[in-house]
Each structure stands twice: as structure tokens, then as C-alpha cells.
Design a protein around this ligand. Structure first.
Ligand SMILES: [Zn+2]
Length: 340
């Protein structure tokens, strides 16, 4: 259990505020806004906030995942080959004499007369955690630790979004966007009936309740910035999923740097993680079954702390410590390797 520190307190405060806002918007709509709608739409309408809250709590309280304390980069002589040729190699196997431990690496870096020290500078190493960083891992200054496939630190969730909780976060955003637009639709429909009753004197609709227009006005004022922000975030996350990029990678062009470590001197200025198939890219985060992409994944509640296997296609030497590359890039790199 995480100690109840300042960050945990801040997270609980944010979670309570977001929960209160969602419940306020939903309950005021249910009890104050008089809209007649078919039962099945009513069911979907009430299911919205449940899906939003379940995915929100899963995103907030699932550990985003940190590198294993035993993680060491693959031996340098075979580092290039591992992701490209041999997907079954155990990267922890002591097959090379230059397999460095993190303390040996630090010593080597500090020794100016050590010839290999300059060659090793591209090896991702976190000087705050004093440990090697697997590809796509980033040190989070707020969480004060390295996060596997870190996307960003989310103030809305009060935690880092990384390898193990990004799927929950994406589901939360998709369902929130849907629920917000559903609310806006309900308010516009009701306002249209209310104004036609006032202007044209129609009395066929449900009579206007006490304070109903005020509640709709207040909720619309709250929803306008919320729906704009959430829709943009959702669109951004879906765009990144399709391209197989994290927010950090899209800002820093990190794939180039991350890949240079395992590809020696090959200077690849492209997104090496793009599998050239948007479905495979999305699968890497959301899971192999498209029919379950938007269904809350409760398995982590029962297996808390364990990172689950997501995609059989991926090269899961160690979960979250390595990611596959496309066949096209593999062939190109093999060609370069053979030409050397
Ligand atoms: Zn770190």
C-alpha cells in the first residue's frame, strides 16, 4: 500500500472533486431536467457515468508500472539483434562479458580514460533512480520514479499514465466524451421544447419544472469547457494510439534516441514503434480483442500490481521492457547489419 503522502492526498482530493462533478451533473439532470426518452436510451444514459467512474478509478489507482529492479540492458554485442531477429532470447542471460550492472555502468561513465565510456553514452540510464531505463521508459519527476512506456503525468487522475494504466485512461476519456455530449444533447432538446412552449404557447410537452432552466444553464456553463477539454484529450490519445506513440515521444521525438541505443550507429529519424498497422498499434495498449477495447478491464483489481500480457504478437521478453518493431523496419535493419 502506498504511504499517505502529499501526492496521495492531492490525488484523493482530485478524485473526490471529479467524482462530485460527475455525480452532480448526472443527478441534477435525472431529477431536474424533464426529458421524455425511450427506455433503452435512458439505460445507456445512466450507464454512461457508471462506465466513466469505473474506468476513472481504474486509471487512477492502477500502478502505471516501473522497470523491474533487476532490469539490465541486453549485452551490447547482441543488443541490435534481440528485437530484430531473436524474439526468444532471454535478455537476462549472462551470455556476454560486457553485460553491465548499473553500478559498473556508473563507474565506467565516471572514468574519463575508459574508452568504452563514450560508446556507452547512448545507453538509457536514469541518474535519479541510478538504474538502466528500458526503451520507452521515462523518469517522472512527480512520481519520483521511472515509468514504463510513460505517456504523461495526468492532473485529472493525480497519477502517471503509463504501460499498465493507459488502457483504463483511454476508456475513461472515450466514455467521458460520450457522456458529456449525451448531456449536451439532452439539454439542447429540452431547451428547444421549453422555448417553443414559451414562444409559440405549445402545451403538448412536459411542463417546465421549478428552476429547470436555471439548472440547464448552470450545467451547460460547467460542461462547455469540460466537453472541449475532454474531447481534445480523447482525440489526442486516440491519434497517439493509432500511431503507436506516447505523448512524451510525440513531443521529444524520443523513439529516435531510444532506438539508437539498440541499433548502434543507425540514425533512425522515424517512429520505430509504428507497426505499420493501426489495429496492431491500438492492440498494444488496448488488448488483442477489439470487442473488449471499451469494456472496463477489472482483472487488475483481482491481480493488483501484476502487469498482464496484452498482445501475443508483441515481443514480451519482459513485460513493458521491450516493444516489437514492424517487419518492414526489421528487414531494413537486417540489410544494414549485413552490409556492415
Ligand atoms: Zn528514474
Amino acid at each position: 500500500m502506498r504511504p499517505f503522502d502529499a501526492q496521495a492526498r492531492a490525488q484523493y482530493t482530485v478524485v473526490a472533486a471529479v467524482t462530485a462533478l460527475i455525480l452532480y451533473l448526472h443527478l441534477t439532470t435525472v431529477f431536474c431536467v424533464r426529458v421524455a426518452m425511450p427506455r433503452w436510451i435512458l439505460l445507456l444514459f445512466n450507464l454512461g457515468p457508471v462506465l466513466v467512474l469505473v474506468n476513472y478509478y481504474l486509471a487512477c489507482f492502477t500502478d502505471p508500472g516501473s522497470p523491474s529492479p533487476n532490469y539490465e540492458p541486453p549485452p551490447q554485442t547482441t543488443a541490435l539483434l534481440i528485437p530484430i531477429i531473436d524474439s526468444t532470447t532471454d535478455i537476462n542471460s549472462p551470455s556476454s562479458s560486457i553485460h553491465l550492472t548499473s553500478s559498473a555502468y556508473l563507474q565506467q561513465q565516471q572514468d574519463p580514460f575508459n574508452e568504452s565510456s563514450t560508446a556507452d553514452r547512448t545507453t538509457p540510464f536514469c541518474h535519479k533512480c541510478n538504474a538502466f531505463k528500458p526503451p520507452r521508459t521515462h523518469h517522472c519527476s512527480k512520481s519520483k520514479r521511472c515509468i514504463l512506456r510513460m505517456d504523461h503525468f495526468c492532473f485529472l487522475a493525480g497519477t502517471c499514465i503509463g504501460y499498465a494504466n493507459q488502457a483504463h485512461f483511454v476508456r475513461f476519456l472515450v466514455w467521458t466524451t460520450w457522456a458529456c455530449w449525451a448531456l449536451v444533447g439532452v439539454y439542447i432538446l429540452r431547451l428547444e421544447t421549453v422555448f417553443s412552449a414559451m414562444v409559440y404557447g405549445r402545451s403538448d410537452g412536459i411542463p417546465v419544472g421549478d428552476g429547470e432552466v436555471v439548472v440547464i444553464g448552470m450545467n451547460l456553463a460547467i460542461l462547455t469547457p469540460v466537453v472541449s477539454m475532454v474531447s481534445m484529450l480523447c482525440w489526442n490519445q486516440l491519434d497517439l494510439l493509432v500511431c503507436n506513440k506516447t505523448t512524451i515521444e510525440s513531443i521529444n521525438a524520443m523513439p529516435t534516441r531510444a532506438y539508437r541505443y539498440k541499433s548502434g550507429n543507425f540514425d533512425l529519424r522515424e517512429n520505430v514503434w509504428d507497426l505499420r498497422s493501426w489495429i496492431r498499434n491500438v492492440e498494444q495498449v488496448m488488448g488483442p480483442k477489439w470487442s473488449l477495447w471499451l469494456v472496463p478491464d477489472m482483472r487488475c483489481v483481482f491481480h493488483h500490481g501484476s502487469l498482464r500480457k496484452r498482445n501475443e504478437d508483441c515481443v514480451w521478453l519482459m513485460e513493458g521492457h521491450w516493444f516489437p518493431i514492424s517487419d518492414e523496419l526489421r528487414e531494413r535493419l537486417e540489410g544494414k547489419l549485413n552490409a556492415k
